[in-house]
Design a protein around this ligand. Structure first.
Ligand code: GTP
Ligand code: MG
Length: 289
């Protein structure tokens, strides 16, 4: 890509979530959006053929707004000549051993995504570029969550816990008097084309319940590990505690993250097959880049 676009200054949207949730499939859908214009609204075939990601990769996308409303990802912006906002969508590997880098991006007070040129289809430079993080999409496999025999709920929630906690912690990490710019979170319940998938409202409530369990277990874990009870209270109450959300609350709710300037929304959709599609997610992105 060498059209002179000021690539390094483009903001980015980070795509995270467990392995198999459909992150690479979603990125591919958005990337090919204009090409799929003539096809059925939901894309199947090539998009469905993905493989487990091992490194982060980014594609450059553009969203146009029409009277303030982001237009479809299928609109070919170049052809339309529309004033578009360009951004990078950054796909990350969901394997538990490869999540650290994504979490590290979120923890930094000035959230930036470091992109090495080899991982970036859009870059022709040889330098690592830094991009300002504008939003986080946490993709969930809503069909896997419905399977109570698997550990999908526990492992998905534990990744989400780490991501939200990183954003909560950075809220307190000011440079000077300014709090870091907030990073809104979209929990995207994917695979709603499958009849076994949990609807978005249930994905939300099950994740909230599990996140609540995790924060209790983690604070108890501190007790069990021989850390004094006073230290635990101190740690949980302190700015850098491991307790996610409202300290006084018994149940965890996503709304509690507003206390730390973190907006969390849960929306259902699908990348493959027939269902609500990915248009709502695209609009969410468009309103935030
Ligand atoms: P990692 O790279 O391992 O982190 O996984 P990923 O999140 O990138 O998952 P990927 O995009 O590779 O998708 C995993 C599988 O789910 C693929 O076979 C996709 O075709 C499939 N998939 C993705 N989205 C949907 C969907 O909306 N519905 C259905 N039925 N399958 C989907
Ligand atoms: Mg992938």
């Amino acid at each position: 890509y060498s059209s002179g676009t000021s690539y390094t200054t483009l903001p980015s949207v980070l795509l995270i979530g467990p392995s198999g949730a459909g992150k690479t499939a979603l990125l591919t859908l958005f990337e090919r959006g204009p090409l799929a214009q003539q096809e059925k609204p939901t894309v199947s075939g090539p998009v469905a053929r993905t493989h487990t990601s091992q490194v982060a990769s980014a594609v450059e996308l553009a969203v146009s707004t029409d009277n303030g409303t982001p237009t479809s990802y299928r609109v070919d912006l170049d052809a339309a000549g529309a004033a578009a906002r360009r951004f990078l969508l950054v796909d990350t590997p969901g394997h538990p051993k490869l999540r650290g880098a994504a979490i590290a991006h979120l923890a930094s007070a000035t959230p930036t995504v470091n992109l090495s040129p080899s991982n970036t289809s859009a870059s022709s430079s040889t330098e690592t570029s830094k991009s300002k993080l504008k939003a986080l999409i946490f993709l969930v496999d809503a069909a896997a969550l419905a399977d109570s025999d698997s550990d999908a709920l526990a492992s998905t929630a534990s990744y989400l816990y780490d991501a939200l906690l990183a954003l909560q912690k950075r809220f307190h990490r000011r440079s000077g008097s300014r709090a870091p710019a907030s990073v809104p979170v979209l929990v995207a319940a994917n695979k709603l084309d499958l009849f076994t998938a949990l609807p978005a409202a249930l994905v939300k409530s099950q994740l909230e319940a599990e996140l609540g369990r995790i924060r209790k277990t983690r604070s108890k874990g501190l007790l069990d590990s021989g850390v004094g009870a006073d230290d635990v209270v101190g740690a949980a109450a302190g700015e850098e505690g491991e307790w996610l959300g409202d300290h006084g609350s018994d149940k965890f709710r996503f709304e509690q993250m507003m206390e730390f300037d973190v907006e969390v929304e849960v929306m259902g959709g699908n990348v493959v097959g027939d269902g609500p599609g990915a248009e709502k997610w695209w609009k969410w992105i468009g309103e935030r880049v």
